[in-house]
Design a protein around this ligand. Structure first.
Ligand code: HEC
Ligand code: HEC
Length: 293
């Protein structure tokens, strides 16, 4: 919060509290017994008396409470309160407490392989819960992904299926870099290579002439990452182009779009947020999802 805004909030808050107090005080000091406010309803006259004492003191109590509260907790602009309470701090404390409570529960699985975890119903259940609260936003409740978010239940592992590969994916995240080829290939080139990619994936009804022209460009521009046979490369996260499984759609239009403009899919890192032990259990669950099992 800027200093100006902080002052605005502070002065506004304290000012209105003083204002309320003055209003009460002035009302309290009214001393004109028997006088009316001049309001007269159906013969009932409203007397101009001060507030009853219990009411007055109740109001004063709320003002004193508010003052105490604003001194103890953050509320006055940038002033943090003498308790130094923050919502982030409270969250961290709760997380630390949860870690102390559940930490040993997770730690007991530390030395198991992912295959063992995938076969253990208790570990799978834990993993499912961690998945539900951290991963479903992108990969879907059933882990089947959607456009741009890989399906974790199929047999394709863009970034590798070894225990170590899955752990690295979850701990450190992944950043894919498919360059844009629109300029290098031109309109016609994009059309030709698209046709070749379709042929690689085993699609029927491709234009063989176009695909043949595309093949030579593929050899020039694409082999480095997707490999001579289009099998992909887990080191770059370059997907296998031969299995007809598509991250960005398998229609001519979609493939041509990826070629032209490139793609940079990002899997966020979870090492810091979840810690090694939880990630390990989660990795076992992810492994259990795969159709390879
Ligand atoms: C913000 C969205 C997002 C969240 C949240 C997310 N992921 Fe991902 N994840 C991705 C994207 C995007 C990719 C693919 C990156 C690429 O290669 O383009 C990916 C890739 C992966 C892969 C690699 C798949 C393969 O074929 O190699 C795994 C495994 C994975 N995620 C698991 C998880 C798990 C487990 C969680 C929960 C802790 C999670 N993801 C949370 C977006 C997300
Ligand atoms: C520098 C390495 C690199 C090169 C060179 C490269 N790609 Fe890619 N390609 C990738 C990566 C990484 C991805 C995944 C992008 C993502 O996950 O966001 C990808 C994705 C794709 C996809 C989308 C796959 C899907 O599942 O939707 C197609 C199609 C593709 N590349 C074709 C090509 C073609 C054709 C060429 C040559 C003109 C080429 N790539 C050159 C790295 C590369």
């Amino acid at each position: 919060m800027s200093t100006g805004f902080s002052l605005f909030v502070t002065i506004g808050t304290i000012g209105s509290m003083i204002g309320f107090f003055l209003l009460l005080y002035l009302n309290r000091s009214i001393d004109n017994p028997g006088q009316t406010t001049g309001h007269d309803y159906d013969g009932i006259q409203e007397l101009d008396n001060p507030l009853p004492a219990w009411w007055f003191w109740w109001f004063i109590l709320t003002i004193v409470f508010a003052a105490g509260y604003l001194l103890y907790y953050p509320g006055l602009g940038n002033f943090g309160g003498i308790s130094e309470w923050t919502s982030v701090g409270q969250l961290e404390e709760a997380q630390d407490a949860a870690d102390r409570k559940f930490g040993p529960l997770y730690a007991q699985y530390r030395d198991k392989s992912l295959a063992e975890l995938a076969a253990d119903p208790a570990a799978r259940n834990m993993g499912r819960r961690i998945f539900a609260s951290n991963c479903t936003v992108c990969h879907g409740a059933n882990a089947q992904g959607s456009f741009g978010f890989p399906n974790l239940t199929d047999s394709e592992w863009i970034w590798g299926s070894e225990d170590e590969d899955i752990k690295v994916t979850l701990l450190h995240g992944r950043m894919a870099a498919m360059p844009a080829w629109g300029d290098a290939l031109g309109e016609a080139g994009v059309e030709q290579v698209t046709e070749y990619v379709l042929q690689l994936s085993g699609r029927e009804g491709v234009d063989a002439d176009l695909a043949a022209q595309g093949q030579s460009q593929y050899a020039m521009f694409c082999i480095a990452c997707h490999g001579p046979e289009g099998k992909g490369n887990k080191i770059f996260g370059a997907p296998d182009l031969t299995n007809d499984i598509w991250l960005y759609g398998g229609s001519r239009l979609r493939i041509a779009h990826v070629l032209k403009h490139g793609r940079n899919g990002v899997m966020p890192a979870f090492g810091e947020r979840l810690g090694e032990d939880k990630v390990h259990i989660l990795a076992g669950y992810v492994k259990s999802l795969s159709a390879e099992q």
